[in-house]
Design a protein around this ligand. Sequence first.
Ligand SMILES: [Zn+2]
Length: 150
Amino acid sequence: MDNHYKPSSIRWTHEQIKWILRWSEIIQSGRWPSDYKESGYVGGNKSHNQRAPYETPIQIWAELTKRIERTNQDGYFLQAVYSNDNRIAEMERIAKAFHMDINEVSDRVERALRYCTGWCRRWMKCSSCRVKDCPSRGKKKAYEYGSWRY
Ligand SMILES: [Zn+2]
């Protein structure tokens, strides 16, 4: 069973980010992996989101790309691993290519993934991120990837 998300339901959870990466080829090209036709979701049923922060595949992809870029090389690993159908094989390939233990690869991928989660961008203070309806309401501090602990 595969979860399915609409662009407007993306809230940057762990699971959603993995899902976006898995379908990255489609999303990057401005389409959405789904049964939702393009006209079906934009301006569709809005009962659960009055104002979705992201409405198109391009917006979602641009936001995720910005977040991933902040995680340096780990973000490259993250993208490679989760866009691959065989994640273990991809982690093994990276481990070999970069002379790392596979556990280190998987830790770095996980860390980058977590950095990318959350309503707002982690490297910005909430008070300046201007994300609509932020549940942290301006209280979140800013962390660059290098100094961030989870
Ligand atoms: Zn915020």
